[in-house]
Unconditional design. Sequence first.
Length: 413
Amino acid sequence: MGEETGIGRVVQMQSHEFERKFLYEIKKRFGIIGESNLIDEAVTKLIQTAPTDLTVLITGETGTGKEVFANAIHGLSKRKKMPLVSVNCGAIPETLLESELFGHEKGAFTGAIEQRIGFFETAHNGTIFLDEIGEMPIGTQVKLLRVLESGQFSRIGSSSVKQVDVRIIAATNRELENFIEQGKFRRDLFFRLNSVHIKLPALREHTQDIPELAEYFAERTCNKLNVNFEGISKEAMNILKSLPWTGNIRELKNLVDTICTLEKGALVTPEILRKYIPPALPAHAVRNMDSDKSLVSVFKDELGSNELLLIFKTLLDIKSDISEVKRNIFELMFSFDKLNDSVDNMQIQTADEIRTQDELLQNIDTLRLDDMEKKMIMLALKKNNGNRRLAAESLGISERTLYRKLTDYGIEI
């Protein structure tokens, strides 16, 4: 009896190990990053669902990876050799969405100068991914329900019925149950779409995956740029894990891509990271303001829409931040004069080097960051008598990074 129990445990352990390795291979194959239980649960349901023809509803906040999961479902299905057609229902005007999905005949409406085949016909025997399904108009929802039930539809302007065999994967960041109560989404369509429900967690719910995600995005970006990635410090990683990430994985990817591109793969420290973390937006609030005092003329019936003001403010903040960064770099550049007693005796011969600090600051908006960085490196080398190690220390970078920049800028010692 004891021997049988022992064998059972071994078999169970081997089965668990196989499942773990299988999960790892699936995630690696489709670019799904994360080892948390929430991600593993979502991937497990994906694997169970993919071989079937069941309709799948993927929900989650914007930027959580819904399209990545849709691609994985199609890639693991028996339809993988047939088309996967992605449609963003929120990006297509309401008046055109039905025509895009089901097609139209020539002359069906003004502007229909030729026959058009819709996305459903294009996806025949394959998969169609309907992103932002919550934005689909009620009238189009009726035709979609018919396709789900019978596989039949008609092009706009045609009386003939088309038959297609298409698997539907839908996704939304909306609460469809609330839309149903508001009359914006059909209850019967919701139940048909919700045969299998995969809910993707917000990034703040699985922050333990942030290090792996950040390293993955950084390595991929640096490989494209053909530069070495020097890593992310522990302190900087702790800051990343503490951020709210309202834009989820997409926001993290964009931040890491930006840092790696502009810093050229340098070690990400808290100081570097803070330069790129955008300021937190204020909580949404509507405040009455006299039109003669407002930055942009606002009508009383438009006070609830602050998008234009927010865009304008963001542009001003970006311009201000860029100017501040440039000024800080120049102040740091000229602060070397105080760090070395011999600087007073330094003779600068070239035309660029005899400019005064005031002249440089006056022309700051016309200079490039690359030019300023090259200038700083040349000054550091000159003040350290060509000693690369000391120059690198004074610049706060590694000697290897300095050597690479010398090569990039063609600086000879």
